[in-house]
Design a protein around this ligand. Structure first.
Ligand code: 13P
Ligand code: 13P
Ligand code: MG
Ligand code: MG
Length: 364
């Protein structure tokens, strides 16, 4: 029977502002999930990235299980009630619907799930981000699974030399397309370089279709039609033995690439790799963060977590990210620090623009 690793997350309220999660919320989430351990759940880990509550769960009920999604929804609802009591900021921010109807799709929370036969040894990395959108994973996933300058195994490991297949979603038109690497490398780049629209959803090993990575792709603003905070996505990557090594999976994050999000979800800034302790965006509500928890799965048990970006080898990336953040901030309200007009449609800017729209006069 296949094992499923589900990572389900929601911003149910921030402490202070949008900067982190309250310890009482994490405590409650743990207590609630603990009731399901040994029943629907084999194991779980509760954590937070900034103001996002992250539920990492293993079970045998497969992807999109009504039971598992229902458990997560219940945790988010109860934590929202507590967040309201504590008057946390934006309590229930990501819960777009009132009642659960069998599946979390379209309801607000982010979901990444992957099912597989557990290997002799099964190392996985769960990436969690705050103050950004799902397309933020495009660049690192491309580098992990398609760039030989990042992943030595693509060249020297016969078990991965054939390459990987990417499933890319158009999150605006709700369409998907597959690309085979390395043959279609230039084709995929024509799309995924535009991460607001094209988002890598799955990566499979080509020779046997083994699932290697999955991301959460929900776009809150597109679902709600208005700005309700950023999506703050998650991503699961399996590692080693014919998949990229753990160090190859972490390597792209040594480069703090620019992503959309940050203050009011309206600014480009560097994605800074941080430890769990450092996942507390503060300067200009940022800069955007990513944390990486490593687990060895052992008959479904989550051995870990190990806080992979706590390592000193990511200090330089953090320093660079802070320098880039400083540089970007100097642009103030100017693009390209501020997002382009089409992405600003889903913020509060249109309300301001409407105020003086009638004052425009024709040029002679
Ligand atoms: P695997 O072949 O088990 O993935 O190990 C390679 C390795 O040790 C990379 O550092
Ligand atoms: P979150 O998406 O993390 O809630 O942040 C929202 C925001 O507006 C930060 O300035
Ligand atoms: Mg928030
Ligand atoms: Mg957040």
């Amino acid at each position: 029977m296949e094992l499923t690793l589900s990572v389900i997350k929601a911003d149910i309220g921030g402490y202070i502002g949008h900067s982190r999660s309250h310890p009482k919320i994490l405590e409650l989430a743990k207590k609630l999930l603990n009731k399901h351990k040994g029943k629907e759940l084999i194991d779980f880990c509760v954590t937070a990235c900034g103001d996002d509550l992250e539920l990492i769960m293993t079970h045998k009920l497969g992807n999109n299980s009504e039971k598992i999604h229902g458990i997560a929804w219940d945790v988010f609802k109860k934590c929202t009630s507590l967040a309201k009591e504590l008057k946390l900021y934006g309590a229930g921010q990501d819960l777009l619907k009132d009642a659960f109807s069998g599946n979390l799709k379209g309801m607000g929370p982010g979901v990444a799930e992957i099912s597989f036969e557990e290997r002799k040894s099964e190392p996985v990395i769960v990436f969690m981000a705050d103050k950004t959108e799902p397309g933020a994973w495009n660049l690192p996933l491309f580098r992990i699974f398609a760039d030989p300058f990042n992943t030595a195994g693509l060249v020297i490991d016969p078990k991965m030399h054939q390459g990987f297949r990417f499933e890319v979603h158009d999150v605006v038109e709700h369409k998907k397309i597959y690309f085979d690497m390395p043959e279609e490398m230039y084709d995929i780049l024509a799309l995924i370089a535009e991460p607001a629209i094209y988002v890598i959803k799955h990566v499979f090993r080509k020779k046997d279709n083994m699932p290697a990575a999955v991301t959460s792709t929900q776009r809150l603003s597109l679902m709600a039609g208005r700005y309700v905070g950023k999506d703050d996505p998650v991503c699961i990557v399996r590692c080693q033995s014919g998949l990229p090594a753990v160090g190859e999976v972490l390597e792209p994050f040594a480069f703090p690439h620019l992503v959309a999000g940050w203050m009011r979800g309206s600014h480009n800034g560097p994605l800074m790799p941080v430890s769990v302790e450092q996942a507390t965006p503060s300067r200009f509500d940022g800069p955007p963060r990513v944390m990486a928890l490593g687990f060895q799965l052992s008959n479904g048990k989550l051995l870990g977590p190990v806080d992979m970006f706590a390592d000193i080898s990511f200090e330089y990336a953090r320093k660079r990210a802070n320098e880039i953040a400083d540089y970007m901030r100097r642009h103030g309200p100017f693009m390209p620090h501020r997002l382009a007009a089409d992405e600003m449609e889903y913020t509060t800017l249109p309300d301001v623009l409407r105020k003086f729209a009638r004052r425009f006069e024709k040029l002679d």
